[in-house]
Unconditional design. Structure first.
Length: 725
């Protein structure tokens, strides 16, 4: 018989039955071993272990669920209370086993879908919270039931008829003495008349510490704001009961934290006679909750406040009620090149580096109103409440950079640490938490773009440009699907006789909100996201189709018009460039010689032989290759011989001096030299940016082959090209 597969919750399935996995059984056994000796449960150990096995299964299901829900933790806590696991040290033992063993025995196995280790630990912590909350709620409900029973017994003892008075008092005394809750009775002036043994034990076993004292003596500055008012109302007979969490000092200097319920006892005529206080010791539970709260709000690696606590403090600082600071400052720090440390030296070294960085930064942001938090992998943020002046926030950024300037020694290596910091400072009434973080993040990346290892100050105009770029980037895919792009064509004029030899295809974006956008606004974004490949393919298809239409209509005369299409660096590296280009030409029926692909000088001179191979193949196929923006890439002129180009497009920066009259003699010599060199290398020369007739005449005399610019025609729709001809 073959073994059944393991289900997603760690159970072995056989037919319709579900058997617990070995890991689940081991966890339940460990849990039983830790909790059963502390539990006042009537169940035998095997029975108790069987109960825990079912509860463990619910926790394991929640831990491994595709979508996490902590609700099973609440049910588990309530079930443990129902099983009488209510001794003072039971809950810490319950949670300790969950914390130490739940992920190890019941988490996802290798190769199994489910949360990663970090997410599993986070879920485990939240399940502990849920178990604790469910335990506390169930215990409180049970306590309330006991309190109500005690109140009924106390009232019955005061109101029973004389013939049953002795029996009622005996019952009340039995409940009073044997209750697990601390019980005290005081008169209406607040003087304590009697207390039970449980209350004595809570206060350290000294009855004299409690008896004959007045309840008003225990008022403390840290009490609940409403506690004093509710006690006074109850002493006046205006309130029947109230419940608060209250602390009491013990003789040994420690603090007793209690869940206190005070009820009013009336006589047969309805007059207030006594006050009955029932006290539950919640000191251990409170300490546990504080520990869990600390774990939930602090980074496990650096022990700094984490993202959750940072946002909590930031929201408090930006509170519009007027109770918060008038101004805040924020330094958003990201380590430069930290990924390279993780990739080359390993995550263990990376973690040690983060710990060392956190220690150094803590020394920079330890002043009044300052808080340092780690909010991401290598991202830290310092919050300054009410800086005395804006300069105080930039000084904090300077101290942080100075603290990181000295190399950090990790594992016998000295690592150089660089960081970029975005600094935001302003009045709280003008800021929201989302705006502050967004501005700081944008500013930090601006500091990185400027070379890193520096700080930058937030600037509204820079923020607006970054937000606009993000919006355009996000909208690009929909724009391509929604046909928001269109092409304008600028004629290429043969300088020898002034005839049109072709046109350059220039893509535009008709944005629904920003209007028509030029390529400088969106081509870099498309290049960065990779969308330039499908966009470039669309431009090529449209331009080739348009060239075919011009040729069919006979525009350009006997010599077919050529179409020039720009090729981006990312397209140059695309493996299907050659196949896609040939397919577009064949599908449209356009001769390869009628297409010219323009590649910028910068992209072409950086390309090695493997990257130039597609251009060589296209050139051999008959497609023209133009070296665009020549003169902007600082290329070695000798390299022109190895490039598969047949046309050199001279950048407009070389011809601007030719617009003046007389022309700049230096520019004349430069252009003359470039044209001569190009012709020697069998390259034709096209000039961009021709704007005046004098400039056009000078370039024609210098031997340029073709030109384009506003002097001849501005870019326009395809139907305008015949007018230019």
């Amino acid at each position: 018989m073959t073994s059944s597969p393991t289900g997603p919750t760690g159970h072995h399935r056989t037919g319709d039955s579900t058997e617990p996995s070995d890991g689940l059984r081991r966890f339940a056994a460990l849990w039983c071993r830790a909790v059963h000796p502390r539990a006042a449960t009537p169940l035998s150990r095997p029975e108790f272990e069987a109960l825990l096995l079912g509860l463990a299964r619910r926790l394991a299901d929640a831990l491994r669920a595709p979508r996490f829900d902590p609700a099973p933790g609440h049910a588990v806590g309530a079930a443990l209370v129902a099983a009488h696991c209510t001794s003072p040290d039971a809950l810490p033992g319950i949670l300790a086993v969950i914390d130490s063993h739940l992920v190890a025995h019941c988490g996802p196995t290798d190769g199994e879908a489910g949360p990663d280790a970090s997410e599993s630990r986070a879920r485990c912590t939240r399940l502990q919270h849920a178990v604790s909350a469910g335990f506390a709620r169930a215990l409180q409900e049970r306590t309330r039931s006991e309190q109500e029973a005690l109140s009924r017994a106390a009232l019955a003892a005061q109101t029973e008829m004389a013939d049953a008075l002795h029996e009622s008092e005996a019952r009340f005394r039995a409940v009073f003495k044997g209750a697990a809750l601390g019980i005290g009775i005081a008169d209406m002036d607040g003087t304590i008349l009697d207390v039970n043994d449980a209350l004595n034990q809570m206060f350290g076993g000294s009855e004299q510490h409690i008896r004959h004292r007045n309840v008003l003596d225990w008022a403390r500055p840290g009490d609940h704001p409403e506690a004093g008012r509710m006690l006074e109302e109850l002493m006046r007979g205006e309130r029947e009961h109230y419940q608060v969490e209250k602390s009491y000092p013990r003789d040994d200097g420690t603090t007793l934290w209690t869940n206190l319920t005070v009820s009013l006892l009336r006589d047969a005529s309805g007059e207030p006679r006594y006050m009955l206080a029932m006290t539950e010791d919640v000191s251990e539970r409170r300490l546990l909750n504080l520990r869990l709260r600390y774990q939930a709000t602090h980074d496990a690696l650096t022990d700094l406040p984490n993202r959750s606590l940072f946002f909590e403090r930031l929201e408090q600082a930006l509170d519009r009620s007027g109770s918060g600071p008038a101004r805040i400052g924020l330094c958003y720090l990201d380590l430069d090149g930290f990924k390279a440390v993780n990739d080359s030296l390993g995550h263990a070294v990376g973690d040690q580096l983060l710990i060392a960085v956190a220690e150094r930064l803590q020394g920079c942001a330890s002043g009044p109103g300052q808080m340092l938090a780690r909010i991401g992998g290598d991202e830290f943020v310092a919050l300054v409440a009410d800086p005395p002046e804006p300069r105080a926030v930039t000084e904090l950024a300077e101290r942080a950079l100075e603290a990181l300037a000295t190399p950090v020694e990790v594992g016998g290596r000295e690592l150089l640490v660089r960081a970029s910091i975005g600094v935001v400072e302003g009045a709280t009434r003008h800021l929201t938490s989302a705006e502050v973080l967004r501005s700081a993040d944008i500013t930090m990346y601006r500091a990185k773009a400027e070379g890193g290892n520096r700080y930058a100050l937030a600037d509204p105009d820079s923020d607006a440009r970054a937000i606009s770029r993000h919006h355009l980037t996000h909208h690009l895919p929909a724009a391509l699907k929604g046909c928001e792009f269109f092409i304008e064509y600028q004629p290429l004029v043969k300088m020898e006789d002034g005839s049109i030899e072709g046109a350059e295809a220039l893509v535009r974006w008709s944005h629904p909100r920003h209007g028509v956008l030029g390529p400088d606004r969106f081509i870099p974004l498309a290049e960065h996201t990779g969308l330039i490949v499908p966009l470039g393919r669309w431009v090529l298809e449209e331009a080739v189709r348009q060239a075919c239409q011009w040729q069919v209509r006979g525009i350009g005369g006997a010599r077919p018009l050529k179409i020039n299409v720009n090729l981006s660096p990312r397209q140059l590296h695309h493996p299907e460039l050659v196949a896609d280009t040939i397919a577009v030409l064949e599908e449209a029926g356009l001769e390869p010689s009628s297409l010219c692909l323009e590649v910028t000088e910068t992209a072409m001179i950086k390309a090695d032989e493997n990257e130039l191979r597609p251009l060589r193949e296209l050139a051999e196929y008959g497609v023209g290759i133009a070296l665009d923006d020549f003169g902007t890439g600082y290329s070695n002129l000798a390299n022109l011989r190895r490039l598969p180009a047949d046309t050199l497009k001279l950048d407009r920066s070389f011809t601007q001096g030719l617009q003046r009259d007389p022309a700049d003699p230096v520019d004349l010599k430069i252009v003359e030299g470039i044209v001569s060199l190009a012709h020697t290398l069998q390259l034709s020369v096209t000039v961009e940016g021709v704007e005046t007739s004098a400039q056009a005449e000078q370039l024609r005399e210098l031997g340029c082959d073709s030109a384009q610019g506003w002097f001849y025609a501005r870019p326009g729709p395809p139907e305008r090209l015949p007018e230019a001809v």
